[in-house]
Structure formats: structure tokens, C-alpha cells
Design a protein around this ligand. Structure first.
Ligand code: TUI
Length: 312
């Protein structure tokens, strides 16, 4: 199941059924290539780049790996149109989409031979994506970091598995072999992890951010931004506390909140501003206390999960 005859591995030509989340500002060519070189599916986040910046990252990843890697298209990105065009022109083999309904882009992507895998937070969107021709869906529970839906991984994954025929990749709250084995027991055929890769050696985020993830306990994340219609899970700090307070005050306008959030993720990732930056992070951070290589993460989790489910 994990190491043999895995449908997701077969479909994508990868060795291990492990995706790296397409984390905005985090998932660059180096992280994606490291994950793909380790046998998983690395993904470059298109979110923070315009078309040309994305093309540069893709070209860089092509120099760093001969293995298949993908691009994550964040559907709320201001550069989404350019990103879709670049993905098609660069003949990217697999794309994940998130934070919206990919309907508008499906035909263009499929026409260019791109395999589309949609990240969904509900059964309804999973079913819609299957009908539109997605080759798989990532069912992402609200334990995950960044933009979250409302349903937990435990509840979402089996319901999505029952509703679609295409393979389901589980995401949200998975960072070790136990989580991976549990996801397979729920019917998933692969896992996607974001938070686990935040502290990978090949992950280029600021060391201050990595240190905060390593120090984090189970209850150290918070969801803010519900009022804006895009709730985001991040590590608690003075920025999220202030945001949360403002959000609960009826006098605060959406524009004020948007202004507070703008650039906050970049401040954490690049400047290491762990006070006023947004350190997007999942609830599983409490389990993470080391800085392994991507290869160590992927082989470690797969070996441990395979043992737990009685494979080999
Ligand atoms: O997209 C994500 N995670 C993300 S995107 C992101 S960048 C960002 N920055 C600031 C504010 C907001 C986002 C950080 N993390 N995960 C996939 C995901 N998709 N989670 C939830 C959804 C989702 C939610 C509602 C998908 C579709 C949806 O509605 C579909 C519809 O019909 O419109």
C-alpha cells in the first residue's frame, strides 16, 4: 500500500506517496526539488510569484532534479492567470489547486496535459473536482496550517473517500508514521504534509520561524481571518493576538484587517519577524522537534507507517 502498488505513486511516477504542501512564500524550487529527489512529490508555491518569478523557480527546480515535481496554484492569488499560463508553457506535469474552486482553469490545464489535483476542504468540492476531471483530490482538514476549512481530517477524509472514485490524499495534522498510517486506514492513498517540512534542512524559511515551530506545543496555533472569509491558522504571537482582538471588535473594517494581514507571512518567512509576522503552521507543530533532511522525513515516515499497517 505505502511502498508497493500505490495508485498515487503509479499515476505520478513517484516512489513514496508523500506530497509536500504548496506553502506560500515557503515552497520554493529548493524545497520542491529536495522532496522530489527524496522520492516524494515536491511542489513550488505559485502564490507569492508573478508569472516570470514562477518561471524562474520552475527552471531552477529543473536544474536541481530530474524527478517529477509540481506547482501549487493558490486560486485567490492576484497572479493566478499568469501562473496558469506559465505552468502550461513549462509543461509542468502535476498541479495542485487550493483556496477556491478551480473550474475556470481546468480545461486549460487539462488541455496542456497537466494532471490536476485539487485541494478541498469539503465533500461537495471534491465531487465537483472529480466531475471536472481532477485525477485526485487532497482532502485537507482544519488541523492544517494556512487557509483552513471547518472539518477535521478525521471526519473529512473518509467522507471524501466514499464520495469520489479518484485517489484521495489526506492532509492536515499529519507529521509522522502514526498519522500516515491513520490516513491510510481512513481510505487515503497518500498524505500531504506542510508543517513537517517547515523545519526540513532544505526549507529556506528564517531560522526564527523554524525555532518557533520546534518550540510550539499542541495549543499554540490560532485561526484568524474568519471575518474576511479566509480563515488562516498560524502560531500565536502578538500579531495574531492583535488581529483576533480587532476582528472581534465590530468597529474594525475588513480593509483594516486586510491591511494588518498584508505582507505578514513574508515578514515571518524572510525577515524572521516572529512578533509581527504570520507564522502559518498546523496543529501538529507540537510533535515536531528536529530539523531533518527531506529524505529523512520521507523515508522515516513511510517506513514507520508501513510497519504500523503490517506491510512487510
Ligand atoms: O489553500 C490552502 N492553504 C493556504 S493558501 C494560503 S495563502 C493565504 N494567505 C492569506 C490569506 C489566505 C490565504 C495559505 N494557506 N489550502 C487548501 C484549502 N482550500 N484549504 C481550504 C480550501 C478551500 C476553502 C474553500 C477550498 C475551496 C473553498 O471554497 C470553494 C468554493 O466553492 O469557492
Amino acid at each position: 500500500m505505502i511502498k508497493k502498488d500505490n495508485p498515487v505513486c503509479k499515476m505520478l511516477g513517484i516512489e513514496y506517496p508523500v506530497f509536500q504542501g504548496g506553502m506560500a512564500w515557503v515552497a520554493d524550487a529548493e524545497l520542491a526539488a529536495a522532496v522530489s529527489n527524496a522520492g516524494g512529490l515536491g511542489l513550488i508555491a505559485a502564490m507569492n510569484s508573478n508569472g516570470e518569478q514562477l518561471r524562474e523557480q520552475i527552471k531552477k527546480a529543473k536544474t536541481l532534479t530530474d524527478k517529477v515535481f509540481g506547482v501549487n496554484l493558490m486560486l485567490m492569488s492576484p497572479f493566478i492567470e499568469e501562473a496558469v499560463n506559465v505552468v502550461c508553457e513549462e509543461k509542468i506535469q502535476v498541479v495542485t489547486t487550493g483556496a477556491g474552486n478551480p473550474a475556470k482553469y481546468m480545461e486549460r490545464l487539462k488541455g496542456a496535459g497537466v494532471k490536476v489535483i485539487c485541494v478541498v476542504a469539503s465533500v461537495a468540492l471534491a465531487v465537483m473536482c472529480e466531475r471536472m476531471g481532477a485525477v485526485a483530490v487532497v482532502a485537507e482538514g482544519c488541523e492544517s496550517g494556512g487557509h483552513v476549512g471547518e472539518t477535521t481530517t478525521m471526519a473529512l477524509v473518509p467522507q471524501v473517500v466514499d464520495a469520489v472514485k479518484i485517489p484521495v490524499i489526506a492532509a492536515g495534522g499529519i507529521a509522522d508514521g502514526r498519522g500516515m498510517a491513520a490516513a491510510f486506514m481512513l481510505g487515503a492513498s497518500a498524505v500531504q504534509m506542510g508543517t513537517r517540512f517547515l523545519t526540513a534542512k532544505e526549507c529556506n524559511i528564517h531560522q526564527n520561524y523554524k525555532d518557533k515551530v520546534i518550540k510550539a506545543k499542541d495549543i499554540d496555533t490560532i485561526v484568524t481571518g474568519k471575518k474576511l472569509g479566509h480563515p488562516v491558522r498560524a502560531l500565536k504571537n502578538s500579531m495574531t493576538r492583535e488581529f483576533s482582538k480587532k476582528e472581534q471588535d465590530p468597529a474594525t473594517t475588513s480593509d483594516e484587517l486586510e491591511a494588518m494581514g498584508a505582507g505578514a507571512l513574508r515578514r515571518a518567512v524572510q525577515e524572521g519577524d516572529v512578533k509581527e509576522g504570520s507564522m502559518m503552521c498546523g496543529q501538529i507543530a507540537g510533535l515536531i522537534n528536529d530539523e531533518p533532511t527531506c529524505a529523512q522525513i520521507i523515508t522515516g515516515i513511510c517506513e514507520s507507517a508501513a510497519k504500523l499497517i503490517g506491510e512487510e
